[in-house]
Design a protein around this ligand. Structure first.
Ligand code: DAV
Length: 379
């Protein structure tokens, strides 16, 4: 039986690096330990207000046809193979790789407020964020993601026992009142016009955010209001992190915003990738801080590639192993060239079948431990 006395009160140090087990302040310091998502057990979510808003109208048939069922087996197998190979490459680079538990996400559930079945544990970035020695479980905003944290609980318990600060943000009830339930049913042009005016499918009745709407630059973190991250969620985040950090809200001309990591991706101190299709509104903030913003190269993905949950701009959703080394999708040659020209060593890895599940290397990971400490980068 575990007793409280066995829980260590202060962060334990990992012997070889003298780092707390959970330690990460930015997106580029040398990577030591990472959680890589998995697609085994993935279910196609049933249509619900937030999902319907976030998916493109041309994809609705997929959710109507398969909602509540396992993801098609051939998609799972192809993506699982790529994820396993990605893990092997990370381990060969000296990174400790952890995986979530396998859960059958087709299991239906019912809360006092709604009924749904689950989604997956493919994208740890959406649900987990490490800020210093604290690992935060995000509240999420899709009903199909309400219980996603269960796949990560054994990992969270392990990190807690080894000294991490583990925080779970309050989850919204996801009742009908939490959503503008009519939003998704409006024509796309009307939705886009509303989004431009700062109106989103999640309302501000209770806090919500996805961890992937936040990007870390040491003491400064940038967050976007999106369909899944609301204003009161950003307030919770600011207050939880306290004075040691500064959380800035930034925006992009993104008509379907959900997750910041195909819009702004820092590569090393002073250099970040931006998405030319949705340039950050607050570019000045970065320029004044001495940062160069480089436009990402478009994806080479064929138009008919199945993409149910995200855009092909996930070509810029890279994972930095350190300030000089970046994992990039194997067939994204223009992105590879751009990064090589900027002086990076590029590790090409096949990942197009993972794209189909809604993200690339940054989305499919959560860096638990990087070298380095809290620093400021000009902001
Ligand atoms: O641009 O489609 C990608 C990030 C998904 N987690 C986009 C968002």
């Amino acid at each position: 039986m575990e007793t409280l006395l066995q829980l260590k009160p202060t962060p334990s140090l990992v012997s070889n690096q003298q780092l707390p087990v959970v330690n990460s302040y930015n997106e580029w310091d040398p990577l030591k330990e990472v959680i890589v998502g998995r697609v085994e057990g993935a279910a196609v979510p049933k249509l619900e207000p937030a999902l319907e808003t976030n998916s493109y109208p041309s994809n609705l048939w997929f959710f109507q046809k398969y909602g509540g069922q396992p993801f098609p087996q051939e998609l799972i197998e192809a993506a699982a193979k790529e994820l396993n190979e990605f893990c092997r490459i990370l381990e060969a680079e000296g990174v400790t790789v952890r995986r979530p538990d396998v859960i059958d996400f087709t299991q239906p559930y019912k809360t006092p407020d709604f009924e749904a079945n689950g989604f997956y544990a493919a994208m740890p970035r959406d649900i987990l964020i490490v800020v210093g020695n604290e690992i935060i479980e995000a509240p999420m905003a899709w009903r199909s993601r309400f219980f996603e944290y269960r796949a990560y609980r054994s990992l969270m318990l392990d990190y807690l026992r080894r000294g991490a600060k583990w925080t779970t943000a309050p989850k919204p009830s996801m009742s009908d009142e939490f959503y503008d339930v009519d939003f998704a049913t409006k024509p796309v042009e009307v939705r886009y016009a509303l989004t431009e005016k700062g109106h989103f499918v999640s309302r501000d009745t209770e806090p919500s955010f996805d961890a992937a709407d936040i990007v870390r630059f040491g003491r400064d973190l940038f967050v976007q209001r999106s369909h899944v991250t609301n204003n009161i969620g950003i307030t919770w985040l600011k207050r939880n992190l306290g004075d040691k950090f500064r959380v800035h809200e930034i925006n992009f001309p993104d008509l379907n915003p959900m997750h910041i990591d195909a819009s702004l991706v820092p590569l090393r101190p002073g250099l970040a990738l931006i998405n030319p299709a949705r340039p950050c509104i607050q570019t000045d903030l970065f320029k004044k801080a001495g940062w160069d913003l480089v436009e990402a190269a478009p994806s080479t993905l064929p138009d008919n590639w199945p993409m149910y949950m995200c855009s092909s701009w996930v070509c810029m959703n890279i994972l930095s192993l350190d300030p000089e080394t970046i994992v990039v999708e194997k067939q994204e040659q223009p992105m590879q060239k751009l990064l090589k020209d900027l002086g990076f060593k590029v590790i090409p890895v096949d990942f197009r079948h993972v794209y189909t599940f809604g993200g690339s290397f940054h989305c499919a990971t959560c860096d638990v431990r990087r070298e380095g400490q809290l620093e400021e980068y000009g902001f």
